[in-house]
Design a protein around this ligand. Structure first.
Ligand code: KG4
Ligand code: ZN
Length: 352
């Protein structure tokens, strides 16, 4: 049980976030704005054998794991349900039934405990995650400045112009596959397990990125959109025309390095170009693909050359997690945002 504090009410002292939009069940607790726990139960092992996320299985797993993850998060933060001052959950976008599990649990807690509910946009949570300092467990709002934000995950690739806190406009997005999807689909062609991104990165380490001139889709286009399905097709044709590749680990490594290099080059170049055009001095990046070391190093370097500040979400917060959900809710509470009406439903197609 947390001790009473005269300087702030329990209404905002303990904020709990829930994330169940895809294949991670996660609950996080913020204590006076500081991350006190962030428990993530990944379903990767379960979906691996099917080569992708199976929505029905994801829903069942969220249902099975959520209460355990919730109790674990409270235990690690040394708080009880009665301490919770506000509850937040991802309201969309995401898998409809998976979202329901977390959002309905949050609605129930809001009703049962008489506390405000905050339905959080999944991409808004990713978008602000680079501002969370993993060491202090706090968001660095003092350093906040207008910036260009790149969100790259398994389902989305987008560029947003952020002019102020919670003032952002999407200026570009993928017209077909997301960058993470391209990693996963090309990795699958190479016989790697799901999700392919981390496996492809590992094999790319020993490879020559210049061995293949894979396409850099839309790199030179004047707009801020992306396209990755052509790259996937190029890899498919390459493997069809060079069947010897699959029998030779060094050839596989070259293909992996070539794919990774092509994806990262497009993401980094288009982000820097957009930032320059918009006149912002900072680029942030978040989402599962930003775990990729080549991406992180390339973006840092490109920003340095262009004289831009660079913030990439810390590794633990790149992939889906509830810490970023709780953090956005906490900031919205501090800024006086209105809670989400209890009667609202999940928004699987919610646009940023
Ligand atoms: O943000 P996230 O956990 O889930 C979505 O909201 O989609 O992102 C998952 C995606 C997957 O496509 C996965 O392959 C990719 O992030 N990913 C990576 C790496 N780690 C995760 N892609 C490239 N390199 C990595 N190291
Ligand atoms: Zn995500």
């Amino acid at each position: 049980m947390i001790s009473p504090d005269n300087t702030s009410t329990t209404t905002t002292r303990v904020v709990v976030g829930i994330e169940t939009s895809c294949d991670e069940t996660s609950v996080a607790v913020l204590l006076d704005g500081t991350l006190a726990s962030n428990v993530v139960a990944s379903q990767i092992k379960l979906h691996e054998e099917y080569g992708g996320v199976v929505p029905e299985l994801a829903t069942r797993e969220h249902l099975r794991n959520l209460s355990t993850v919730f109790l674990q998060a409270l235990k690690e933060a040394k708080v009880q349900s009665s301490d919770i001052g506000a509850i937040a959950a991802t309201q969309g976008p995401g898998l409809p039934n998976a979202l329901q599990i977390g959002f309905q649990a949050a609605q129930g807690l809001s009703l049962g405990l008489g506390i405000p509910l905050f339905g959080i946009h999944h991409h808004e949570a990713h978008l602000y995650s680079p501002w969370i300092d993993e060491n202090s467990g706090q968001a660095e709002y003092k350093a906040f400045e207008p910036h260009l934000s790149l969100i790259v995950s398994g389902g989305h690739t987008m560029l947003a112009h952020v002019t102020g806190e919670f003032e952002h406009k999407v200026i570009g997005a993928t017209v077909d596959d997301a960058a993470g999807e391209c990693f996963d689909k090309t990795a699958k062609l190479l016989g790697l397990p799901y999700p392919g991104g981390p496996h492809l990165e590992r094999l790319a380490l020993g490879g020559n990125p210049k061995a293949h001139a894979f396409p850099r889709p839309m790199l030179k286009d004047a707009n801020d959109d992306f396209s990755f399905s052509g790259l996937k097709t190029a890899v498919r044709y390459h493997l069809r025309d060079h069947p010897e590749t699959m029998a030779d680990p060094s050839l596989i490594s070259d293909v992996c390095a070539g794919i990774q290099c092509a994806i990262v080059e497009v993401l980094v170049n288009k982000a820097v170009r957009a930032a320059r055009r918009l006149g912002v001095r900072c680029i942030t990046a978040s989402g599962g693909v930003t775990c990729n070391n080549h991406f992180r190093e390339s973006l840092q370097l490109a920003c340095k050359v262009a004289g831009l500040r660079c913030r990439v979400a810390s590794r633990r917060l790149c992939t889906d997690n509830a810490a970023m959900v709780a953090m956005v809710a906490h900031r919205k509470i501090s800024l006086g945002f209105t809670p989400t009406p209890l009667a609202e439903e999940c928004k699987p197609q919610w646009q940023l």
